[in-house]
Ligand binder design. Sequence first.
Ligand SMILES: NC(=O)c1ccc[n+]([C@@H]2O[C@H](COP(=O)([O-])OP(=O)(O)OC[C@H]3O[C@@H](n4cnc5c(N)ncnc54)[C@H](O)[C@@H]3O)[C@@H](O)[C@H]2O)c1
Ligand SMILES: O=C[C@H](O)CS(=O)(=O)O
Length: 491
Amino acid sequence: MSFNLTRDDLIRSQNYIAGRWVDAAAGELFEVGNPADMSLITRVPDSTAAEARAAVDAAHSAFAEWRALPARARGQLLKRWHALILEHREDLGRLVSLEQGKPLAEGRGEVLYAASYVEWFAEEAARIEGDIIAPAVPGRRMMAVREPVGVVAVITPWNFPAAMIARKIAPALAAGCTVVAKPAEDTPLTSLALIRLAEEAGVPAGVINIVCASRERTPAVVDAWLAERRVRKISFTGSTPVGKHLARASADTLKKLSLELGGNAPFIVFDDADLDAAVEGLMAAKFRNGGQTCVCPNRVYVHEAVFDVFADKLVARVAALKVAPATDPEAQIGPMINARAVDKILQHIDDAVARGARVLTGGTRVREELGPNYISPAVLADVGRDARLCGEETFGPVVPLFRFGSEAEVLELANDTPFGLAGYFYSENASRIWRVADALETGIVGINEGAVASEAAPFGGVKESGYGREGSKYGLDDYMHLKYLCQGNLR
Ligand SMILES: NC(=O)c1ccc[n+]([C@@H]2O[C@H](COP(=O)([O-])OP(=O)(O)OC[C@H]3O[C@@H](n4cnc5c(N)ncnc54)[C@H](O)[C@@H]3O)[C@@H](O)[C@H]2O)c1
Ligand SMILES: O=C[C@H](O)CS(=O)(=O)O
């Protein structure tokens, strides 16, 4: 199956600034490749601070009119955008899989996930309300109103090229903010296509602006936004080191921050768990996007009484996973995004084995006739607690199994990380469920469930996984601030 789109104009190769598709002033480009076979897809502008500032000029100029538009009118435009995304979901799904590598079924699924955020905030726009406050003294009226923060800089990762940018732009626009966006250098095309559809939906010029930049040029583009007082907020999804950099660098202008950062999710299987459900939950949580998600289990703790049975069940399922490019309709594990990712995953495996771990299945390069980015899904047993993968996100199809004895022991292990995004556990004991759910130091907890993503839920982390929440009825708060109005001298 080819990746021919029915609308090939959805493959954009320019920035979108002030309602115009434009090249970078210096005309420089960088390549966007297909991780499945390293072929060239297209080239896009390699922007500089000049393009970054032009985008801010456009967003700032558009802000007053956009925020003055009634929120329900903004919601109507988001609904039109949502309808266009659904109308083009096949093309968009193919574009996701083409540039990111995930199996096409996942690419299609991601587009629907992205669309669900646009729909959710189209509806939330109508519920932007404030409070009337009871005054303590006569002749006074008091209220709290919610206002958009202003121009928002959106910076997104490569692993969900549709959902992550939709999860930011939708609430920003619903709130009345305008946006300057920079997608990940590995996967800019889906973002450009989504913004083409927003343009078609009638989102006014300057409300959304997107500039592309290579890995080398990205710091200059983002630093220009960090220095801009007119940029009032940064909404970032990506690694914790970059998130920390943005937090430090935005301090001079005290920008509002949303930081959706790295994870190191524990996955705990208690001796009272439904083991078949736990295996299926782990398969769903771990191997989505080939293990390249921020909420993938990174450490799997199995009670010693059920370890061998669970490991056997798991290995049977993992060994059967099909590694293939997205063009293969039976693909379950696609290529990793790039060589750096493959190297890190293999280093984690080698380090664990060097410290005594046993490889029960997988963990090697495969399908090399297709390209260098394919790894067979791996299950490791008896991994040492000093292994690198205990402290670092593997971000790949590797399941390290650890034995544990008591609830207290495993909770100490699970929380022994600077990260706190997601955690999962399987138990059929009601009292234990609430003890463990309370004790896990994460922003998200899957209880007898491995697939927790939902636009209706507040998504975000604690500790060094960042702060802020995306999605849910709380999702607008990150793009608004409260203003207190006090009117006196009333008779
Ligand atoms: N919490 C979440 O919702 C979530 C979602 C997806 C990915 N992630 C995390 O993102 C990481 C993987 O994504 P990634 O490799 O794209 O992360 P990354 O931090 O390398 O890149 C994310 C974005 O930041 C940009 N960037 C990189 N260096 C920068 C710099 N010095 N200054 C400004 N911007 C810079 C990149 O170009 C990209 O657009 C993982 O840690 C994963 O856990 C978190
Ligand atoms: O990789 C990070 C994503 O936010 C995971 S999810 O799709 O939101 O679950």
